[in-house]
Design a protein around this ligand. Structure first.
Ligand SMILES: C[S@@+](CC[C@H](N)C(=O)[O-])C[C@H]1O[C@@H](n2cnc3c(N)ncnc32)[C@H](O)[C@@H]1O
Ligand code: SF4
Ligand code: SF4
Length: 339
C-alpha cells in the first residue's frame, strides 16, 4: 500500500495535546532526551574522530522560498508570525547547489523545503526533476501542509521523489477535502504510486512542540531554561537558506546564522569550513556554549536518530574503518530500506 495514515497516539493523544498541551510536549521531550542521550554523544564522537575529514551530512535541506500559507500555532513561518525578509532561491543558486552535491558524491537524504511551504515555489516540480536527474541515489523527500496539493500536482511531482509527507493540520481530526481526495485517489490507483512512500499525518494545528531556539510563537511566555544536552543537527544536517547561506539548522527561524556562504564556496567547502567546525566543537560540549542553542529544546522527530544508529552499528562492525565513506553508504542503504 503506497499510502500510510498516521495519527500520533490516536484520539487519546489528540485529546492530551488539546487539554494538556504543555504537559504532553514537555514529557515527550524529556523522554526523548533521556532515551537518545547516549547515541547522540556516540555519533558526535564518531563524527569528530578526525576533524579534518568529517563525514557527509545525512540530510541536506534546501529552502527555496521562505514563506508559508498556513497558521500553525507552533511555527514561526505561520502567516501571522512571519518576520523574515522575503527570499526566493535563484535558479543559478539552485543549480550550483545540486551540481556541487552531485560532484561531491552526496547520496543521503535531500529535501527542498525548510521553514516554508514548498508548494508555494512555482518551480518546485522542475526543481525536483533536476535534482532527481543529477542525484539519482539520493532519497528525496518533501513535507507539505497539503493546502496546494491536489491529484494533478501529486502526479506531476511523484516521479521525482521517494517520500511525500502530507501534514493535515487541523483542530477537529478531519482530513481537509483536498487531502481526502488525494488519499482516495492513491488508494484507488496504488500501481501509479508504487515507487513513492506517501505518509499522511493528522496533526493538531495548535499543538505545543519544541521552542525552536526560542522562536516558536506559542512558547514565548516561558522562562528560558539553559539546556545542557548536546544536539545532533550540526553533524547530520546541512541547512541552506534561499540566498545560499549555510545556517545552523531548522531552528534558526529568522535566518540570522551563517556558517558559510555558497556565493563564495562549494557545498563541500562550506560543510568542512572552520566556522562550521568551531560551531560543532561548541555544541559537542553542550548547547549552553552557543548563544542560539543554549535555550533550544529541539529534538528531531526520529529520522536522524534512526540514521545515526544505523551508521554507528556499521561503524562498530567495521572496527571504525572507512568512516568517511560510511556516512554516505549508510544513508543510501537507509534510503533503499524506506522506499
Ligand atoms: C516547518 S515545516 C515545513 C514543511 C511544511 N510546511 C509542513 O508543515 O509539513 C517542517 C516540519 O517542522 C515542524 N515544526 C514546525 N514548528 C515546529 C516546532 N516549534 N517544533 C517542532 N517541529 C516544528 C512541522 O510540524 C513540520 O513537521
Ligand atoms: S509547520 Fe509548515 S504549514 Fe505550518 S506554518 Fe510552519 S511551515 Fe507552514
Ligand atoms: S540546539 Fe537547536 S539551534 Fe542549536 S543546532 Fe540544535 S536544533 Fe539547532
Amino acid at each position: 500500500m503506497p499510502i500510510r495514515i498516521a495519527n500520533f497516539m490516536g484520539k487519546f493523544g489528540w485529546e492530551m495535546q488539546k487539554k494538556f498541551p504543555k504537559l504532553s510536549s514537555q514529557s515527550y521531550l524529556k523522554a526523548m532526551f533521556l532515551l537518545r542521550r547516549k547515541s547522540q554523544k556516540d555519533y558526535i564522537e564518531y563524527f569528530m574522530r578526525d576533524p579534518e575529514h568529517v563525514p557527509y551530512p545525512n540530510v541536506v535541506n534546501l529552502e527555496t522560498i521562505n514563506r508559508c500559507n498556513s497558521n500553525c500555532a507552533f511555527c514561526t513561518a505561520n502567516i501571522y508570525a512571519e518576520k523574515r525578509p522575503y527570499m526566493y532561491m535563484t535558479d543559478e543558486m539552485f543549480h550550483k547547489i545540486i551540481d556541487e552535491l552531485a560532484d561531491w558524491g552526496y547520496k543521503g537524504h535531500l529535501t527542498m523545503y525548510g521553514n516554508n511551504e514548498p508548494l508555494l515555489d512555482k518551480n518546485i516540480v522542475e526543481r525536483h526533476r533536476y535534482a532527481r536527474e543529477k542525484l539519482p541515489d539520493c532519497f528525496i523527500f518533501m513535507s507539505t501542509n497539503g493546502l496546494l496539493l491536489n491529484v494533478e500536482k501529486l502526479k506531476e511531482i511523484a516521479p521525482y521523489m521517494n517520500q511525500l509527507i502530507i501534514n493535515n493540520y487541523c483542530e477537529d481530526m478531519v482530513f481537509r477535502p483536498g487531502v481526502q481526495q488525494v488519499i482516495d485517489y492513491v488508494k484507488a490507483n496504488p500501481e501509479e504510486f508504487k515507487d513513492l512512500d506517501i505518509l499522511v499525518q493528522m496533526r493538531y494545528v495548535k499543538a505545543v512542540l519544541t521552542n525552536r531556539a526560542g522562536s516558536a510563537p506559542n512558547r514565548q511566555n516561558e522562562k528560558e531554561k539553559v539546556i545542557k544536552e548536546t544536539c545532533l543537527m550540526p553533524y547530520t544536517d546541512m541547512w541552506i537558506t534561499p540566498d545560499g547561506r549555510l545556517g545552523y539548522c531548522c531552528c534558526d527561524n529568522f535566518e540570522v546564522t551563517e556558517l558559510a556562504n555558497l556565493k563564495d564556496c562549494t557545498v563541500a567547502e562550506g560543510w568542512n569550513s572552520k566556522k562550521y567546525q568551531q560551531f560543532r566543537e561548541r555544541v559537542r560540549r553542550g548547547r549552553q556554549y552557543d548563544p542560539l542553542c543554549k535555550h533550544c529544546d529541539f529534538i528531531d522527530a526520529g529520522l536522524r536518530m534512526h540514521m545515526v544508529n544505523e551508521i554507528l552499528k556499521e561503524d562498530r562492525k567495521s572496527g571504525g574503518k572507512s568512516r568517511e565513506d560510511l556516512g554516505s553508504r549508510i544513508a543510501d542503504t537507509f534510503a533503499q530500506k524506506t522506499k
